[in-house]
Design a protein around this ligand. Structure first.
Ligand code: MTE
Ligand code: MO
Length: 224
C-alpha cells in the first residue's frame, strides 16, 4: 500500500469512479419516472383533495342504458356504434391514475375500469390522416386531444370508478379518462368520438382554456 498523498488520492478517485459506474449500471437514484418533472406527484399549483368534486355545465344528462349508444366515426377504417351490452362485452381493463383539475384540486389513486383507448383504436383503426380526437357528450360538451395522447396505455372509456358504476354526476354510464391532461379533457357522458385530420377546439378550449392542458407545465389558460 503506497502512503504518499498522490497514490492515496488516486485510489480514492478510482473508488469514487468505480462506485459511480456501479450506480449507473444499477440505475441508482432513478425514480422510474419518464420525465423528471413527474418525480413530484402533485403538479405545480395543485392541492390534494380526498373528496371528488363535481364539475359540469349545469346539466347532468340521464341516459338509460337501453337507449345509450356510443358512436366512433370520422377518419377511421371501421366506424362503429356500440349499444351498452355490446360495449361492455368488449375487453375491459383496470387502470389506477391521479386526477388533476384545472380548478387546482388533484385526487390520487382513482381506480378506473372500462375499454382501453388502445382497444378502441384496434377496433376502429384510424386512417393515417387522422391526427386529432374530438369528444362529443350527451350534454353538448366537446373537447379535443391529439390522437397521440389518446393512444396511451392509461387512457380509457370508463364504466366503473373504485369498483362501482360511474355515478351520473361523474359522467356515467361512460366517461373518458385521460390522466396526463387536466381533467376537463376527460369528457363525461360520452356519446361520440370523432377522428379528424384537423383540430377542433372544444367547449373550454374556445373559452380561454389551453388547447393542450398539461398539468405539469401548468397549461391552464391560452396564452393569447
Ligand atoms: N360532458 C362533460 N364532460 C366534462 C365536463 C362537462 O361539463 N361536461 N366538465 C369537465 C371538467 S371542467 C372537469 S374538471 C371534469 C369534472 O369531472 P367530475 O365532475 O367527475 O369531477 O369533467 C370534465 N368533463
Ligand atoms: Mo375542470
Amino acid at each position: 500500500m503506497s502512503d504518499d498523498g498522490v497514490g492515496l488520492f488516486g485510489r480514492l478517485k478510482d473508488k469514487l469512479v468505480e462506485s459511480k459506474k456501479r450506480w449507473a449500471q444499477d440505475g441508482r437514484l432513478l425514480t422510474g419516472a419518464p420525465d423528471p418533472r413527474r418525480a413530484q406527484r402533485l403538479p405545480p399549483g395543485q392541492r390534494l383533495v380526498a373528496t371528488w368534486p363535481v364539475l359540469d355545465l349545469g346539466i347532468q344528462p340521464d341516459i338509460p342504458l337501453n337507449v345509450w349508444r356510443i358512436t366512433v366515426d370520422g377518419l377511421v377504417e371501421n366506424p362503429t356504434v356500440w349499444k351498452w351490452g355490446e360495449f361492455t362485452d368488449e375487453a375491459m381493463v383496470r387502470r389506477t391514475s391521479d386526477i388533476h383539475c384545472v380548478t387546482a384540486w388533484s385526487r390520487y389513486d382513482n381506480e378506473w375500469e372500462g375499454m382501453s383507448a388502445r382497444h378502441l383504436l384496434s377496433v376502429v383503426r384510424p386512417r393515417p390522416e387522422a391526427q386529432h380526437v374530438i369528444f362529443h357528450s350527451y350534454d353538448t360538451y366537446t373537447t379535443n386531444v391529439p390522437l397521440a395522447d389518446f393512444d396511451a396505455a392509461d387512457v380509457l372509456l370508463a364504466v366503473k370508478w373504485n369498483g362501482a358504476p360511474i355515478a351520473r354526476e361523474h359522467g356515467g354510464p361512460v366517461r373518458v379518462v385521460i390522466p396526463k391532461l387536466y381533467f376537463w379533457k376527460s369528457a363525461k357522458w360520452i356519446k361520440r368520438i370523432e377522428f379528424s385530420q384537423h383540430d377542433k377546439p372544444g367547449f373550454w378550449e374556445v373559452r380561454g382554456y389551453h388547447n393542450y392542458g398539461d398539468p405539469w407545465l401548468e397549461q391552464r389558460y391560452d396564452d393569447e
